[in-house]
Design a protein. Structure first.
Length: 259
């Protein structure tokens, strides 16, 4: 009760199993007992919006494992994708079986390492990923390392030519706005921030894929396919994408990606 317990723990009722870091009522991850692979949290469903721009990514890098909601979902529904999840806390990884995170296989690898260090090593080794999903939180909130300029710049470097960067922010409005501006300073426009209707989270999208005219044109078609196949909806992201596509047409050309 005094906050001295520093390990993640599991709370369960008849419907949900939840990973928690504190006893203040906040949750790190939530799983339906009758459907362990479902995306319970609104923000996790919105993070899958990368599919509008990369419908069949070859490589997905996740910074932060938690209860593995996104890992499980991508592993099941994107059978051609290779997924690497990086988690700094070994105690979180130790709970993976409680949350039905599948064991490592030819398509899935869970790495116990600092996410910022892992991305820096990838950048130094000239390694690439098509999608990067950042959802890295601890008892104190978002991990400081993943909102620093150096991490974001390394993230930009490791994205493939038409890669997508996605970050979940659960912060006060002013702090969230500051992080978004830092992301914009690294990735350039467009940076699309989607606020959740029923929670305080904001999901941020950036990367060269959002500047690719062909991918922007395919976003609407992809949204219909995703809705039909997965039941996921991205109306705000699609609207913002359409608005940016209109801006590109008005400029008479495509902005080149940052190098």
């Amino acid at each position: 009760m005094d906050g001295s317990y520093n390990k993640p723990f599991v709370v369960e009722d008849l419907e949900f199993r939840t990973m928690c870091f504190t006893l203040d009522g906040s949750t790190q991850s939530e799983m339906r007992l009758d459907d362990p692979e479902a995306l319970v949290s609104e923000y996790t469903r919105k993070m899958m919006g990368f599919l509008l721009f990369r419908a069949r990514p070859q490589r997905i890098l996740m910074i932060g494992l938690g209860g593995g909601s996104l890992v499980k979902y991508c592993h099941r529904h994107l059978p051609t994708s290779h997924i690497t999840a990086v988690e700094i806390d070994a105690e979180v990884i130790a709970l993976r079986s409680h949350f039905h995170v599948p064991p490592d296989d030819s398509r899935l690898r869970v790495v116990n390492e600092d996410g910022a260090r892992h991305v820096a090593k990838m950048a130094d080794a000239d390694q690439r990923t098509d999608v990067m999903l950042v959802d890295a939180y601890d008892q104190r909130g978002i991990a400081n390392a993943v909102v620093e300029y150096s991490f974001l710049d390394n993230a930009r470097r490791v994205l493939s030519t038409r890669g997508v960067f996605v970050m979940n922010l659960a912060e006060d409005t002013d702090v969230c706005a500051h992080h978004i501006e830092t992301i914009r300073s690294v990735f350039g426009e467009p940076v699309i921030a989607i606020a959740m209707e029923h929670a305080g989270n904001v999901v941020v999208f950036a990367g060269n894929a959002l500047r690719d005219r062909r991918r922007l044109m395919m976003a609407s078609r992809n949204s219909h396919r995703i809705q039909g196949r997965l039941g996921l909806h991205f109306p705000t992201l699609l609207r913002r994408t359409t608005e940016y596509q209109t801006q590109l047409r008005q400029r008479g050309g495509q902005r080149g990606p940052r190098q």
